[in-house]
Design a protein around this ligand. Structure first.
Ligand SMILES: [Zn+2]
Length: 280
């Protein structure tokens, strides 16, 4: 009988990371701790010198992105162990050229709050700061827009904090990126089936074409963000600071949190895109 799918609460996340650590070629660790002392786990496999970064669950209600990245990590490991193809590609060869680092859950406290209290519609971290408004990229301009929209203090969504990188989850991500020179980064959110690729003058010229290829692989659209979706986000910071391509991938379609029944079809649609991201 097939195992019943469950939302990725912290216990399950921990257990899945332990399972991944059993693969001798995989590296499992932590890039830091959340406000409530939960680990922000990392998984790496393949070439350490050149790596792609994939990160999910910046937002509490978007825990389906954690499930997607955990599934992808397991599928990568199985393909390497069994010498099988993944989405038609020889991933062992791909990973020899370029490795991957996966942060399945950037905001474990937010996910915990969202899973325990769905009625709160919680996206932020444990002290009400929206991690994806807390990065140091157009933060001041975004702060003004937040205030204009009536978001003046901590809450379930879109409060960017008192200063950029004020939150440990944000700082863990920027520290990781400063330490390792990732060639590109994909940040996973839900929902909309769109990919965002640009932020200001430092957007690499190749980003649009890359976004289009990623989008084509999943049947998604490429778009430019507007209003409160501009600035303060991880992909914005990565583009601005690392001067390398970064993308926000909005998975699935519907209302957050996306129902768990949508996980399998969403994953199936995304797997070719995830594999493409390894060698784009
Ligand atoms: Zn999001």
């Amino acid at each position: 009988m097939e195992q019943q799918l469950l939302p990725p609460d912290y216990c399950m996340l921990k257990q899945q990371m332990q399972e991944l650590a059993n693969y001798p070629f995989a590296r499992v660790g932590s890039i830091g701790c959340s406000i409530c002392s939960r680990q922000i786990y990392s998984f790496s496999v393949g070439n350490c010198d050149e790596r792609v970064l994939l990160a999910g669950a910046f937002h509490g209600m978007e825990w389906i992105t954690t499930m997607i990245l955990l599934r992808f990590a397991h599928r990568l490991c199985e393909s390497v162990r069994d010498h099988t193809l993944l989405a038609g590609e020889d991933v062992t060869a791909l990973l020899g050229n370029r490795g991957v680092c996966i942060i399945p859950c950037v905001n474990p406290d937010g996910v915990a709050i969202s899973l325990c209290n769905p009625e709160k519609r919680w996206q932020a971290n444990a002290r009400g700061v929206d991690i994806n408004h807390n990065f140091n990229a157009g933060w001041c301009e975004l702060r003004e827009l937040e205030i204009e929209s009536g978001i003046t203090g901590p809450g379930p969504t879109r409060f960017g904090g008192t200063c950029p990188e004020s939150e440990p989850e944000t700082a863990a991500m920027t520290r990781l990126c400063r330490r390792h020179c990732f060639c590109q980064a994909l940040a996973f959110h839900s929902q909309g089936e769109v990919i965002y690729y640009d932020f200001g003058e430092h957007t690499p010229p190749c980003s649009l074409e890359m976004a289009q290829r990623l989008a084509d692989a999943a049947g998604y659209q490429v778009e430019k963000p507007e209003g409160l979706a501009v600035g303060g986000g991880f992909k914005d910071w990565f583009i601005d600071c690392m001067r390398r391509p970064a993308f926000t991938v909005e998975v699935g379609m519907g209302q957050n949190p996306l129902p768990i029944e949508q996980f399998e079809p969403i994953y199936e649609q995304l797997e070719p895109m995830l594999v493409l991201a390894l060698h784009l």
